[in-house]
Design a binder for this molecule. Sequence first.
Ligand SMILES: NC(=O)c1ccc[n+]([C@@H]2O[C@H](COP(=O)([O-])OP(=O)(O)OC[C@H]3O[C@@H](n4cnc5c(N)ncnc54)[C@H](OP(=O)(O)O)[C@@H]3O)[C@@H](O)[C@H]2O)c1
Length: 278
Amino acid sequence: MELKDKIALITGATSGIGQVTAIDIAGRGAKLVLPVRDTEKGEALKKEIAEKTGNTSVEIIPCRLDSLDSIRDCVKAFRQKHDRLHLLINNAGTWETKRKESVDGIEMNFAVNHLAPFLLTYLLLDIIKASAPARIVSVSSTAHKQATMNFNDLEGKKRWSSMRSYAQGKLANIFFTRKLAEELKGTGVTANCLHPGVVRTRLFDKMPTLFQRIFGLVMIPPEKGAETSIYLATSPEVEGVTGGYFAKKKPAKTTRHAQDMEVAEKLWQVSKDYCGVD
Ligand SMILES: NC(=O)c1ccc[n+]([C@@H]2O[C@H](COP(=O)([O-])OP(=O)(O)OC[C@H]3O[C@@H](n4cnc5c(N)ncnc54)[C@H](OP(=O)(O)O)[C@@H]3O)[C@@H](O)[C@H]2O)c1
């Protein structure tokens, strides 16, 4: 997709995979809008992008993805300036190792990894549709294979494990993408998701040192980890391709459970209820 004069919104651009993705997309001439929770980091990134790419069309919007109100405010701020959005990359994520709750009292892995991209995308859908051809890319994970959607205890109130709740959030990204692709049929907007690889980023900072060391042996650098996001965001090869899950720039296998559209429909409704949208 030609990105000159196009608008791209990327979450989680202040670190890791999102940072590399944002720099690449800026280098292709797009105007960037970056929701960030730490505006100092956002300003530093803006400077880095200008230095590396010469692109100074970078706008920072304060946004905490663990707060539904903050996401609503972010969308309001975006709408005040823009009526087009050609590329949305739902990249931000967290891997909590202790059960924590968001500003809204929702389990943190579920809130940040699923509800945040759900609400952000939902509230921007009309603008994205009006900007077609447009793309929505969400960063999921192969970790989704470790979970099924547990609608009886989505937030792990009865039983919580770090792996299961992270994995469930990443599985939710796949269900969200499938249902979104269906909703967007015929609009010229595509929705795809991906596994970036096991990437050396701050995502694992809260893990025990031994775990970090073991994972460290197989980690790839963020530049490599961002390749599939950038591919799905820009490549003509995936023009019109929608509802897919990719890894290493190719369609990849999900679990059978992740293909169950009944679960996708149910999660869509549950997510709407959580976010208070109709
Ligand atoms: N690294 C891997 O091996 C791997 C594997 C599979 C999938 N993924 C997925 O890749 C995506 C990017 O992660 P990464 O590996 O690049 O991790 P990272 O370096 O930790 O970056 C995460 C980004 O998300 C932002 N973020 C986290 N919580 C937030 C919140 N509550 N509000 C606003 N922003 C928030 C962070 O902001 P701050 O800079 O302010 O912290 C940062 O910009 C995630 O969705 C992750 O699940 C990563």
